[in-house]
Design a protein around this ligand. Structure first.
Ligand SMILES: *Cc1c(COP(=O)(O)O)cnc(C)c1O
Length: 549
């Protein structure tokens, strides 16, 4: 056993074992640092992902008969890191975080004491941190912290699933025994994340009962369409159970009008005498912008530029209503710059949890003890990581103002990027509002965006422009090692002259997520696009080369 004990942290806190562990940490940090290159996206060289790459790995994988020395373990791990994307200034693809140092330390503390967030007896640190961040963030968004509840869970998607489960159990408390009623309906924007799609599948509500609502030009949910579709469901004897209000669509950062959604829900409840409709704010992408809910844009203490101030002020008008939702989520591992997974599911009224909590006798390990006073039998997880510690550390280190600066910079960089792109690349159009994301679309010659928006093109014409953009995404994707742009095949849906079907529009995506993405860098991004775009158009027309679709 002595030999095996060496694989564990010490029991008595002796210096020798601590130094040994520290030296491992030092090696890992040093080696990763050695692989960093500010001019490249990746840590070292990307591996060749040839056809047989994963097959070879499957064939060669075996648990070693005897354990290998720690030095070798570290070496093998570092081999995996070779070619890993690193979220530096060259990463402008998606909402992928570069975990801040406080969050890394919070995470390390979580791992070192390895509490189980299921029960405070097994994980007191995470339990206290969870209660604390739940209160902190409830106050920030305007929930009453004395009746709200919250827990960390498996992502923004987990929050959607958890909220739907609450909605079902609240409406039909017997559904836990008898199964889900067949006439429940959910509503979401046609541009919402697929989280709800998966959740209606998994809860048994069924995809047929998920009603997609049209989006407005600004990518928010069209409220007239919502109301019409809800009324239709009611008229047919269905139950409008749940509305997903997206606060920042994943690709275009459209923000739904929560106040308007709440108004419609209450109106329908009144006129039809129906049960309250559950509203979940899917704020996985945009929730961090509630950090401006109390910012004074008149005195502007952080001295944001006018155009930045204006955008943030318009967000305040939208995000201050998030408190009307029955639940919402903070996905810190998106715009909050913390490691995966750090998502806090916040519930306006902790009473809701009683519909999904387990009976004490169903939880023989943790529920039936007199000691301990924080039981989380209502979560879908059993053992649960204590990622509240990670969030907590980050909130302390940044404070409200630190996050405000970080979030304002995403906007600042996007404004600059837009201005320069419009100036430098004429056959390109920007297809969403100013936000942390800019989506843009290229055309072989002149832009046809207005015609596309107004439904004046044919299906074939739009498909051809989509194809053009798809090929271009492949071309710049090959060089993602230099600058990594994102893309989406669901920018929005548009009408066409020769079909009843609305067609999805493809676009490229610039996501200013890294703290190293500053306005000084914008020239490089635009230069990269301009150069590749000119080359692409030339080679495409002259050689008509075949590019992988
Ligand atoms: C990212 C995202 C999700 C999913 O969040 P995860 O943390 O990846 O599970 C859900 N909804 C929206 C709007 C998102 O942007």
């Amino acid at each position: 056993m002595k030999k095996l004990q060496k694989l564990f942290p010490s029991m008595d806190g002796n210096e020798f074992q601590r130094e040994e562990t520290l030296s491992y940490f030092r090696t890992v940090l040093t080696k990763i640092d050695e692989l960093k290159d500010p001019n490249k996206l990746t840590l070292g060289e990307m591996p060749e992902y040839t056809e047989g790459y994963y097959n070879r790995i499957i064939q060669n994988a075996d648990v070693p008969k005897t354990g290998v020395p720690m030095e070798e373990v570290i070496q093998e791990l570092l081999k995996l890191v070779e070619g890993h994307r690193f979220v530096n200034r060259n990463y402008v693809a998606n909402a992928a975080p570069l975990p801040n140092i406080a969050s890394i330390i919070g995470n390390l503390v979580m791992v070192l004491v390895n509490g189980n967030n299921i029960w405070d007896v097994e994980g007191p640190a995470a339990a206290t941190a969870e209660v604390e961040i739940t209160s902190m963030l409830s106050k920030l968004i305007g929930y009453d912290e004395s009746i709200s509840a919250g827990y960390t869970t498996w992502g923004g998607q987990g929050a959607v699933f958890n909220s739907l489960r609450l909605a079902i159990a609240r409406y039909a408390p017997s559904s836990n025994q008898n199964g889900v009623p067949q006439n429940l309906y959910c509503f979401c924007s046609e541009l919402s994340h697929y989280s709800l799609y998966k959740s209606v599948e998994a809860t048994g509500i069924g995809v047929e009962n998920m009603i997609r609502v049209k989006a407005n030009a600004d990518h928010s949910m069209n409220l007239e369409d919502l109301k019409e579709k809800m009324e239709y469901v009611i008229a047919k004897g269905g139950i409008p159970l749940y509305v997903l209000a997206t606060m920042g669509t994943t690709d275009t950062f459209g923000v739904d009008d929560l106040e308007g959604i709440k108004r419609i829900a209450e109106e329908l409840e009144r006129t039809n005498g129906i049960y309250p409709i559950y509203i979940h704010a899917d704020s996985a992408m945009g929730g961090m912008y509630t950090f401006f809910n109390n910012y004074d844009f008149e005195s502007n203490p952080l001295r944001f530029e006018d155009n930045v101030n204006e955008v943030l002020k318009s967000y305040q008008q939208k995000f201050k209503h998030i408190k009307l939702a029955d639940s919402m989520v903070f996905d810190f591992h998106k715009l909050g710059q913390t490691p995966y997974i750090t998502s806090l599911f916040l519930i306006k009224n902790r009473e809701y949890l009683k519909y999904v909590d387990l009976d004490a006798e169903e939880t023989p390990y943790v529920g039936n003890r007199g000691y301990g006073s924080y039981h989380t039998g209502y979560t879908l997880e059993c053992s649960r990581m204590g990622s509240a510690l990670t969030i907590y550390a980050s909130l302390l280190a940044f404070g409200i103002e630190g996050y405000q600066e970080l979030l304002a910079n995403y906007i600042r960089v996007n404004i600059t990027f837009r201005e320069m792109l419009i100036k430098e690349v004429p056959n390109m159009v920007i297809t969403n509002e100013v936000s942390p994301i800019t989506t843009f679309r290229f055309y072989p010659e002149n832009t046809k965006w207005n015609d596309e928006l107004n439904g004046l093109l044919t299906l074939e014409e739009i498909m051809e422009i989509n194809q053009f953009n798809d090929e271009f995404a492949e071309v710049i994707g090959e060089e993602r090692d230099t600058v990594f742009f994102g893309n989406t095949k669901k920018q929005r849906l548009v009408e066409v002259v020769n079909s009843n079907k609305r067609i999805s529009v493809y676009a490229h995506k610039f996501f200013a997520i890294s703290p190293y993405t500053t306005i000084e860098e914008v020239e490089r991004y635009v230069g990269f696009l301009k150069e590749h775009q000119e080359y692409f158009i030339k080679t495409r027309s002259s050689e008509n080369i075949l590019i992988r679709a």
